[in-house]
Design a protein around this ligand. Structure first.
Ligand code: BG6
Ligand code: MG
Length: 215
């Protein structure tokens, strides 16, 4: 295919913030008396903060009012933002910065397509803002992955057709969102979990422009 743009998910593709999300959801689950495991955490990847909370509550067979849910999600986010406020440029995943640079050098446009409302802070703390031609995050979308909105907005901001875009995703919901948007998708992680992706690599350190053009 003729690749004109790459759209990157953030958590789990460029930075390993999944561990901070897990720690803060785990702390909340503990307070609520809910047994929340690393295995359960897979279901939270790529989905919005409120949907993540609903999944945690489902696991614990608990129901809360809207006001209680807002309060719980805010509490989790306070712990999470405390952790990411200390992030450093060396927390960028192996090969991510280098691959972003290769993509730019090849004249291919780049966008961020993240569900996170904290994406701006993370990009700033890790020094990655200059690598992106467009940034679309949880503050700009009404619908969460697997809906393709976040990626379609990214393509639109770059003025590139979806058929010429490649998405990089570590979450099942994100892979589905990219495909629903008519884009090719490279899974970051395990081929067993991300079996709908067009190609799966273990990390951006395993990517290069030749692999991109071979899609
Ligand atoms: C995604 C993560 O990138 O962002 C999810 O994979 C997270 O786990 C979602 O729930 C929302 O993040 P935030 O920072 O807005 O709470
Ligand atoms: Mg992710």
């Amino acid at each position: 295919m003729n690749v004109k743009a790459c759209i990157f998910d953030l958590d789990g593709v460029i930075v390993d913030t999944a561990v901070y999300h897990f720690k803060s959801w785990k702390r909340l689950a503990d307070e609520l008396g809910i047994n929340f495991t690393l295995h359960d955490n897979e279901r939270l990847k790529g989905v919005s903060r409120m949907r993540s909370l609903e999944i945690v509550l489902e696991i614990g067979h608990q129901t809360k009012t809207e006001a209680e849910k807002q309060e719980l999600a805010t509490r989790k986010n306070e712990w999470y933002t405390e952790m990411i406020s200390k992030m450093k440029p060396d927390e960028v995943l192996p090969g991510a910065r280098e691959f972003l640079q290769q993509v730019k050098n090849a004249g291919i446009k780049t966008a961020l397509g993240s569900a996170s409302k904290n994406a701006g802070t993370i990009l700033e703390k890790t020094g990655l803002i200059p690598f992106f031609d467009a940034i679309v995050d949880g503050n700009h979308v009404a619908t969460a992955k697997p809906d393709p909105e976040v990626f379609l907005k990214g393509a639109e901001a770059l003025k590139i057709e979806p058929a010429n875009c490649v998405v990089f995703e570590d979450a099942i919901a994100g892979v589905e969102a990219a495909l629903a948007g008519g884009m090719k998708v490279i899974g970051i992680g395990s081929g067993e979990i991300l079996n709908k992706a067009d190609l799966v690599v273990s990390g951006l350190d395993k990517m290069n422009i030749d692999k991109l053009n071979s899609l």
